[in-house]
Design a protein. Sequence first.
Length: 335
Amino acid sequence: MHTPVNYITTWFYKESKEEASFYPQLGQKGSSSLVHSIYMQIQVPFFVTFKHYNPDAQFIFFTNLNQKELPDYLIRLFHKLNVEVVTLPYTCKPPKDWYPAWQNQFYLYDILKYMDGRMQENDTLLISDADCLCRTPLNTLFNAVRKDGSALYEFITDRVYSINGITLPQMEEVYQSCYGKEATSSITYYGGEFVALRKDIISKINIAYPQLWAFNLEYGKQHPFKLNEEAHILSLLAEHLNIRNKTANRYVKRMWTTPHYFNNVQPGDENYPVWHLPYEKKRGLYYLYRLIGEKSEITDEADFWEKAGKYTGIPHISLKKKVKDRLTTLWMKFK
């Protein structure tokens, strides 16, 4: 009898100079050595924290790189934590000049195709961005996915906000044009940074994806808006397949810790099981990468999370962090 498996995965796709798109959080194109080094470093706090609290899960790192192309410290970490490296080509790549930013995001659907052939009945899969930290076990999340089929992160419901080039009403127009019917309720935006799915739902997504993607390619040639990134596609597929929910909102929050123009962190956010920290890639997560070092483990939870809170600004950004962040950013630019 098969014992259901919980998979925890993240990924990195290194863009070539020819296909490189812009990554606003890093101020660089995806082919830059800085982007590469930052994404390699943040794998360390990601896998160390998720493995610490979910030791029975199976861990996979997806990439288009061969294992020998990874830095030595990451190879040692993966060996110690029993993280499998799967080298996977990017077949769901959008056309050149499709959208100026984040064009590696459709790699998500290559991961889903791969996992569909690997997973068995009642297995569950969490695909998470690597700029996340896990601070509690995720057993209840996986149990909910095993029961309901999915756990999605509903991030945007604002109907006038342009989400990477398209609004929610415009997404509804694409949906109606593709499927010949209106959505059962207003479309919401499901973030692609945290997606948990059961095996059979992955199969359904893989069947439905090619139709929507082919339609979107033609739609974009004739209209001023289209589905520009993987979360746009996910949001429409969730409606089409009747898997809409916001279960993951109980587990994760996209926490913007920018000190000057936008900060959505509130007291109590430190209690979320997963912290998603886009602004901290080259700041707080870098400090945690240095803190963990060769230990590759959390030996004192209280001390680790006290430092993690200070380094990432959860739930408050100190003056010391602001100064340190500024110096770190200048150093990285110089480097």
